[in-house]
Design a protein around this ligand. Sequence first.
Ligand code: 57M
Length: 363
Amino acid sequence: MFYYLYKLYGQEVLFFNLFRYITFRTVGALLTALLISFICGPSLIRWLKKHQGHGQPIRDDGPSSHLLTKQGTPTMGGSLILLSMTLGTLLWANLSNSYIWVVLIVTLGFGCLGAYDDYLKLTRNSAHGLSAKTKFLIQILMSGAATYGVMSLGDPALATSTSIPFFKNIFIDLGYFYIPFGIFLIVGSSNAVNLTDGLDGLAIGPVMSVAACFVLISYLVGNHIFANYLQIAFVPGTGELAIIGGALIGAGLGFLWYNAPPALVFMGDTGSLSTGAALGVISMITKHEFILAIAGGLFVVEAVSVILQVGYFKLSGGKRIFLMAPIHHHFEKKGWSEPTIVFRFWIVSIVLALLALATLKLR
Ligand code: 57M
């Protein structure tokens, strides 16, 4: 909306020229999303608490401390993230940019799926919502449609290609395989954030560090001078994604205010599936798909720990690699306190985001 003040009245009111700049609008979107979270957070949490009775059903096969300390905490706090991120974006982005709509639709689509799953868990008072098969199928359909949309919107020369970290201007053209690749990216990212979301503040911290990394990447990839200088892909229009990334950071900070230990609310699948999918689709549009695996390395490690544990558990007839999976539970079982695990995992994710950014220059 503010962008149109520049477009329509920029000549007459010089101040409105500020709305032309992506950097200014990114900071604006971040602060607006944060403000919306602060304003709406308390009443939304009160409402969730009132309508959810026992709150998030706690699994009895998990760390026993959770049964005591987490009981009664409301879930679906992801709706606060979605509300503030969406409003922040609608207010500050150039809404004629199609990429903005693709990211918003994917984020809200995965958010609705997560919300339905959370709703089922709450009404059944069980940790089991939608069946894994149904959930997976819906995720595949949404990601397939999103991948196809991104392919048709971009420059046909780059539509089915991906860049390779550490190599200058080297792209691999995947042809039709780009569709399963895109599905894997979005579904994988969404579920990896979901698996990570098991301790207060654990998932939202890395979501913000990865988002910050992609704010910069979107800006650079969308600017032909910087893209040429760094010899990275130039994808016109991606600069606007910095604004949606900024809104995600602001929404994440606002959510963290309430999710900081001891959490007043959990994000639920509403928040974890949607923020993970948003990061996946942004990495796809900016042609930095592999960088997501570096910046979001913590999510990768969490997901791999589950795959290894479940695989080994089945093959060995009940033996385990970790004391418990996902890996944050392993450290809980080893006696690390919850904030120690969360802070240390955040440190790892910040270092990984910096490493991912370093690959832009290390070529
Ligand atoms: C969901 N959800 C939390 C909350 C959050 C295949 C299998 C290994 C999958 C995996 C799984 O289901 N993971 C994804 C993780 C749950 O949090 C809710 O879920 C939302 C995210 N989807 O927003 O609404 C619990 O996590 C805790 N929590 C916090 N603070 C937060 O800010 O403390 C969450 C957010 C909450 C709360 O306790 O209730 C969850 O863990 O359920 N399954 C598992 O993760 C299970 N692992 C397992 O069974 N491993 C086995 C192997 C052999 C398969 C093993 O290692 O023994 C774990 N589930 C739980 N504890 N609860 C085991 C440990």
